[in-house]
Design a protein around this ligand. Sequence first.
Ligand code: UD1
Length: 367
Amino acid sequence: MGQRTVLCVVGARPNYMKMAPLYAALAASPRFSPRLIHTGQHYDPEMNEAFFEDLGMPRPDANLEVGSGSHAVQTAEVMKRFEPLLDEATDPVVLVVGDVNSTLACSLVATKKGVPVVHVEAGLRSGDRSMPEEINRILTDQISDLLFITERSATENLVREGIAPARIHFAGNVMIDSLRSNLARAIPPAETLAAAGFAAPGRFALSTLHRPANVDDPAILRPLLEALRTIGTDVPVIMPLHPRTRARIQAAGLDGLLAQPNILPIGPASYLSMLGLMASATMVLTDSGGIQEETTALGVPCLTLRDNTERPITIAEGTNTLVGREPARILAAAADVLATGGKRGRIPEYWDGHAAARVVAMMEQIL
Ligand code: UD1
């Protein structure tokens, strides 16, 4: 039997650490020939090249260079530019990860051509349809042939939406494969901070914000930044800024809130820098999905600045606490972590560094 081409789609930063171990496992399989397709949804070098290098991923075989745009434009452009690549491929399968616009766009092109779609990190649901990712998750799962879940609660979500249990497989968390295999190479926080012109702190909090619901409206962004400034009076707060967040802060004239003695804004951190920062942080305050999982894997307390999470196992078993966006609640939770050391948690089932091997073994069996 010839090798099946697996088109491995990545588009945005949170896709790379999920795809890297899958790509490596596919390349080692006699059954599959992986091709790495970058849609170009993220394009800044610090959101891209830095990650490919850190993760040891090859350069993409193709870059669709779609860039930024409205959701409609971005999704449509990915679809238009992905179709010819799919038409050229021999006996293709499309592998998508996560929940970004590129995930949905490529799944939709594939399924309408009768090409099997494999979705890794399926079945997560926040229950909040105002999040663009939630729409991407629901629709991608509906049209995927093979759905690999990271936590068992995802099965209930999928079955409730009418997905046949036979299509659902529990393989564990591929992003944690990347974390485990790279942790020993993590860059010490002192080095990351020196590069940004800051002295090395002792204890520190780490904060990332980038969700539209938190950064797009100055009436929400300002009190969040003010809360971080207050936390900064107890412990330095390192803030790797997503380009979107930096732009919103500037547009809203809130730069002054970053220009505080104990607030250390740095550019987007590379993968190995971020691992080093997370692993050494006293606590993490974030609205990221992936960071909720990475802090659980590292045993570092995480305060999630959202009202919901699509990753409930990080709360039930891990180190995560939902604290919303109300400053008083955020400050109380942060003070509690500083006083008590915060939640400890345990490592969820199959977050063991071998998830990608399980996914590919199952793909070999089924496809
Ligand atoms: C996207 C994903 C989100 C993920 C996030 C991680 C969707 C719907 N959202 O959101 O799930 O958590 O990536 O980063 O797919 N920009 C740059 N340089 C870049 C990329 C973006 O400057 O390389 C700026 C642009 O101003 C752009 C804005 O960031 O308009 C938002 O980028 P976009 O890709 O639309 O969404 P993210 O917020 O990054």
